[in-house]
Design a protein around this ligand. Structure first.
Ligand SMILES: O=C(O)C1=C[C@@H](OP(=O)(O)O)[C@@H](O)[C@H](O)C1
Ligand SMILES: C=C(OP(=O)(O)O)C(=O)O
Length: 462
């Protein structure tokens, strides 16, 4: 792989990107390799909630160690849950024996910009009871949570309030648990609201009412695979969930029964895997991701189906998926169910013949950044013609990308901007990524693993 792409630096060769203001990936030839990404953020944070609220201890293996899981762990420790972190953060021993409501002092919980953490904890703590204020970084205070607060307001014995304009965090909770057993929740902004309420339902045991909790979904439900994931994790911890026709404003019925501690194994992160499958597509190489298969719990494994539609060859096995890059053509694709891979696809689209239309992802505007408008801005710096739509974007690659001078790209504190846009450097020269450390949200070692996969010693650009 003497002509393999790599990233370059003028200063240290540390294996972390915390010190570097920028990274440049240098173009090269086809990339061939195998990789196992770190544990799934979504599964880790679900398992932490269920384990923390269970009867009995749990052992979580294959867990993710990143900012999003660290803020979840610290919040659960604040209510007395003992969480012993070993094996570099991949093994979590959770003992809820000393768990206790924060009834006296208001517990201030810092959530950074972790959507799963703040949505799941808002629901769980409102059902569990106590006094909590959940705060984040400025962007978190502009990410919507009002629909979740409204749903909880229908059942809470106490008060809950989203303090920022437009129903955004900080969230203030003063609760004696849930007294009601039925609520409506909107599904069109984020599936995390429904997921959070589902996982919280068994915690409302304190109320006299032991009837099952009914969650009525209003509007279109986005990111549906995450709801199936939530039900699956809940049942692994002894929960009982019925999903009733969610395709048309259905409902979810959850039995009020305590979670039971258990040993729980977490699969690698499929959203992270998308970057490595994309490397094969972009460079015409062959990349295998281990630990994931078409039967994985994460919907984002479906990203390989999109690459297949663009012309790639995909080999699906019981414990790995391989992508072989082939000449690419643009596609028209609804990515509502795999919205975290839109940025990955957008970069692959830069090297396809013909335009790519991404639809069904209006909700991507509310994530770590506006993942339609800001993404379009950075793609245009790479010469692409990009049309923005209310629900997505159309990307027409530059015909002369091979002679493009390159660009310095903003990442907006969005880990997925940094990880996806860096892949453009595999084919285009002088693509510099600012603030690479922002990958620490879900993948602190991304650029180290990228270097390892593309085969050169590790360097960083000044
Ligand atoms: O439930 C989850 O674990 C997630 C749901 C998705 O959010 P939306 O439902 O807002 O699309 C996704 O973007 C996020 O990374 C993780
Ligand atoms: C949107 C994301 O995460 P969250 O909503 O949990 O902040 C993400 O990881 O792309």
């Amino acid at each position: 792989m003497s002509d393999a792409p790599t990233s370059r630096s003028l200063n240290d060769s540390s294996s972390t990107n915390h010190a570097s203001p920028a990274v440049t990936v240098i173009p090269g030839g086809p990339v061939h390799g195998t990789i196992r990404p770190p544990g799934s953020k979504s599964l880790t944070n679900r398992a932490l909630i269920c384990a923390a609220m269970a009867e009995g201890a749990s052992k979580l293996t294959g867990a993710l160690s990143s900012e999003d899981t660290e803020v979840m762990i610290e919040a659960l420790r604040a209510i007395g849950v003992e969480i012993n972190v070993t094996d570099g953060g991949q093994t979590l021993l959770v003992d809820p024996a000393m768990r206790a409501r924060c009834d006296d002092e208001i517990a201030e919980l810092f959530i950074a910009n972790s959507g799963t953490s703040i949505r799941f904890l808002t629901a769980a703590l409102s059902a569990f009871g106590g006094r909590y204020r959940l705060v984040g970084v400025p962007r978190m205070h502009a990410r919507p949570i009002g629909d979740l607060v409204s749903a909880i307001s229908e059942v809470i014995d106490g008060t809950i309030n989203a303090e920022s304009t437009g129903g955004c965090p900080p969230v203030m909770i003063e609760s004696h648990g849930w007294s009601g057993s039925s609520m409506s929740v909107a599904g069109n902004v984020s599936s995390q609201f429904l997921s959070g309420l589902m996982m919280a339902a068994p915690l409302s045991l304190g109320s006299q009412n032991v009837a099952p909790i009914e969650l009525h979904v209003t509007g279109e439900l986005v990111s549906r695979p995450y709801i199936d994931m939530t039900a699956d994790v809940m049942e692994s911890f002894g929960g009982r969930v019925v999903l009733d026709d969610l395709s048309s404003q259905g409902k979810v019925v959850i039995e009020r029964r305590p979670y039971q501690g258990t040993d729980y194994s977490i699969e690698p992160d499929a959203s992270a895997a998308s970057y490595f499958w994309a490397i094969a597509a972009i460079t015409g190489g062959e990349v295998t991701v281990e630990g994931l298969s078409p039967s994985a719990m994460q919907g984002d494994v479906g990203f390989v189906d999109v690459l297949e539609k663009m012309g790639c060859v995909v080999k699906r096995r019981s414990d790995s998926i391989t992508v072989l890059g082939q000449p690419l053509h643009g596609v028209d694709i609804d990515m509502n169910s795999i919205s975290d891979t839109v940025q990955t696809l957008a970069v692959v689209a830069l090297f396809a013949t013909g335009p790519t239309r991404v639809r069904g992802v209006a909700h991507n505007r509310f994530k770590e950044t506006d993942r339609i408008g800001d993404l379009a801005c950075e793609l245009r710096k790479l010469g692409a013609l990009v049309e923005e739509h209310s629900d997505g974007l159309t990307i027409t690659p530059a015909s002369d990308w091979r002679s493009h001078a390159g660009a310095t790209l903003e990442t907006y504190h969005d880990h997925r901007m940094a990880m996806s846009l860096s892949l453009a450097g595999l084919k285009m020269r002088n693509v510099k990524i600012l603030d690479p450390a922002c990958t620490s949200k879900t993948y602190p070692e991304f650029f180290h693993d990228l270097e390892t996969l593309i085969g050169r010693s590790h360097h960083w650009a000044a």
